[in-house]
Design a protein around this ligand. Structure first.
Ligand code: GRF
Length: 203
């Protein structure tokens, strides 16, 4: 399967996907990595292992519709079976989301439906939560609102900083994202009637 990964930053989840493909834990290949920021470190991670990279900057496009159209054109050049959002910090238009319906995944650093949007670790700390985590979900028009496929939980300790908590969540993200991506590549995972199904069972 051809995978196209969208990033905006560090790309540690991208690295986990690249490593899992190399280790045969994902039956697919990363065909391209696309960033909206030229300085995203994840681009270097891809270039190091000769994966095609592209930068499509939102600053070069007058509005969201035109940006998403340019992004779609670049993605579709690579004939992707699956689009993987890995820290891509852009809100997507309905046209974009619908174009990839059922074949676009995101990882979000919270136990959805808790804490959609930004600053999830700070919000979990502020709320005094005893557990936090990450969720992999299909992307739909609702921001961070598509059907959840898999979550990983971590404990929150009384003296945690945002950085410590984020780091604990990241470790789990790197486990669950490749796993879910491989389910999709093995054609065990689909989105149907707005829900996620694994091996014919509704999640
Ligand atoms: C992760 O925490 C992910 O959950 C969120 O963005 C972050 C990306 O981190 N969507 P990285 O760039 O993969 O290190």
């Amino acid at each position: 399967m051809n995978l196209v990964v969208l990033i905006s930053g560090t790309g540690s989840n991208l690295q986990a996907v690249i490593d899992a493909c190399k280790a045969g834990k994902i039956s697919g290949r990363v065909a391209a990595v696309i960033s909206n920021r030229a300085d995203a470190y994840g681009l270097q991670r891809a270039q190091t292992v000769d994966i095609h990279t592209a930068v499509i900057s939102h600053k070069d496009h007058p509005d969201r519709d035109q940006y998403d159209a340019a992004l779609m054109a670049e993605i579709d050049r690579h004939q992707p079976d699956l689009i993987i959002m890995a820290g891509f910090m852009r809100i997507l238009t309905p046209a974009f989301v619908n174009h990839y319906a059922g074949r676009m995944l995101n990882i979000h650093p919270s136990l959805l439906p808790k804490y959609q949007g930004l600053h999830t670790h700070q919000r979990a700390l502020d709320a005094g939560d005893s557990e936090h985590g990450a969720s992999v979900h299909f992307v739909t028009e609702e921001l961070d609102g598509g059907p959840v496929i898999l979550q990983a939980k971590v404990p929150v300790f009384a003296d945690d900083t945002v950085e410590e908590l984020a780091q604990r969540v990241h470790v789990q993200e790197h486990q669950i994202y490749p796993l879910v991506i491989n389910w999709f590549c093995q054609q065990r995972l689909v989105m149907k009637e707005g829900k996620a199904w694994l091996d014919g069972e509704c999640l």
